[in-house]
Design a binder for this molecule. Structure first.
Ligand code: ZN
Ligand code: ZN
Length: 114
């Protein structure tokens, strides 16, 4: 019984609606504007640049990942905030995400919000 219950709970937790929502974010006009602005303002990987390397941006990273938002309003305000984005190259993007995990950024961010 407990096993079935667990399965059910897990299935209920699969964020199907929210997943659709994330795909929408990258289709959203507001996101496309951010990409355009970012490419204009920071055409180089910001992380490489601070290490005195010139590498063109290949991806736009969210400093606070928008999927941490718990409501659709919060998700959107994180996703479409230019100040919450960083121009990165592939390599630095991996590093940024490693740092997010390593530095416990989610906990810090959640506590800061409260
Ligand atoms: Zn880089
Ligand atoms: Zn990222």
């Amino acid at each position: 019984m407990a096993y079935i219950k667990l399965l059910k709970t897990r299935r209920d937790n699969v964020p199907t609606v929210r997943k659709g929502k994330y795909q929408d974010i990258y289709q959203d006009k507001r996101w496309k504007n951010i990409v355009r602005e970012k490419k204009r303002m920071n055409p180089l990987c910001e992380r490489c640049e601070s290490n005195n390397k010139v590498v063109p941006l290949t991806e736009i990273h969210h400093i606070i990942p928008f999927d941490w938002g718990t409501t659709s309003e919060e998700v959107e305000s994180l996703a479409f905030d230019l100040d919450n984005t960083k121009s990165v190259c592939n390599e630095c993007h991996d590093i940024e995400h490693e740092l997010l995990n390593k530095n416990n950024t989610k906990e810090i961010w959640k506590n800061h919000k409260l």
